[in-house]
Design a protein around this ligand. Structure first.
Ligand SMILES: *[C@@H]1O[C@H](CO)[C@@H](O)[C@H](O)[C@H]1NC(C)=O
Ligand SMILES: *[C@@H]1O[C@H](CO)[C@@H](O)[C@H](O)[C@H]1NC(C)=O
Length: 282
């Protein structure tokens, strides 16, 4: 615990660097074609130079055709953000083929609480980004929840983050987990878990997010309607993810109002930008 806390402090104090990227440990590969179209890979240029190629650094989810939801700590370096590219999940791989649609981040908003004194917890580790164009794929959007996540509902974590052997996989990984109670989360992760603002998840085989999974969605698929909801945004994993079977997500339901306002601001500013030249945008 102490080790993982120190590592988290290290990661958090350095999360502006490109070193902070996380994959699902003890998960299974996703083979279904077209699965999870809302999953987005946030890729950074190697060494800060696009000529060197890109690597998968963080994840996001498409909540509107032009809006990505992710973790604030994935968008902390303002110089790096214009260089990032966003690859939607076409083939469950972070590798790009010619002709693949790639997005850039046009504008973004981090929760004002992110990166402040609450750095040690998953509180406020959330951001929204306006993409440079809408995703044209029908049904690629994931819905935000209106009802709390029931403890008994099986939910899924997913990502291109490191595996249990600390390799980056070249296929999307997923795992089915359950939400733990606040008491259980506080017992296991007293420093990082923020009741009311975060969700912590686990399963009996120790599946967990790892480096590169940050910002990725925690989803619930309603078996009655087949509708999929994003309940969490991955915020904190242990550096030792093979042996630390817990993952902390920002609770999307707790931030729905902030997300609505941030999306509105990003969208209205964009309309002003693309509208008449005489309209001045702050
Ligand atoms: C932010 O990203 C730029 C471009 O890659 C890099 O040169 C700079 O060192 C980064 N800043 C920090 C604080 O990591
Ligand atoms: C949900 O998906 C399953 C499997 O694809 C299908 O058999 C079922 O009819 C769907 N249910 C609804 C309500 O669409």
């Amino acid at each position: 615990m102490i080790n993982s806390l120190i590592l988290m402090m290290f990661l958090y104090s350095n999360f502006v660097s490109t070193e902070y990227y996380e994959k699902i440990a003890w998960g299974s590969y996703v083979y279904e074609e077209g699965a999870y179209p809302f999953y987005l890979s946030i890729q950074e240029p190697v060494g800060g130079n696009p000529k060197n190629g890109y690597y998968h650094a963080c994840a996001g989810a498409l909540i509107e055709p032009r809006i990505m939801l992710t973790a604030a700590h994935c968008l902390m370096n303002d110089t790096l953000i214009p260089l990032m590219r966003i690859l939607p999940n076409y083939r469950n791989t972070p590798l790009i083929l010619p002709g693949d649609l790639v997005f850039k981040i046009e504008a973004y908003e981090r929760h004002p609480g992110a990166g402040s004194v609450s750095w040690a917890t998953a509180k406020d580790d959330i951001a929204v980004a306006l993409l440079d164009k809408p995703d044209p794929r029908p049904g690629a959007i994931i819905s935000r929840p209106v009802l709390p996540l029931h403890i008994c509902f099986p939910v899924k974590i997913m990502g291109y983050g490191y595996t249990e052997s600390y390799d980056p996989p070249y296929r999307l990984k997923e795992a089915i987990v359950l939400r733990l109670t606040d008491e259980e989360c506080l017992d296991e992760l007293p420093w990082q878990y923020a009741p009311g603002y975060s969700l912590c998840v686990s399963n009996s085989i120790g599946s967990a997010g790892c480096r590169g999974d940050s910002g990725g969605p925690l989803i619930w698929e309603n078996p009655k309607t087949n509708k999929t909801f994003i309940y969490g945004v991955l915020s904190i994993v242990s550096f030792q993810c093979a042996d630390a079977p817990f993952t902390i997500y920002v609770d999307v339901l707790a931030y729905n109002d902030w997300i609505d306002i941030a999306v509105f601001r990003l969208t209205i500013h964009d309309e002003l930008r693309s509208g008449s030249d005489s309209t001045k945008d702050k």
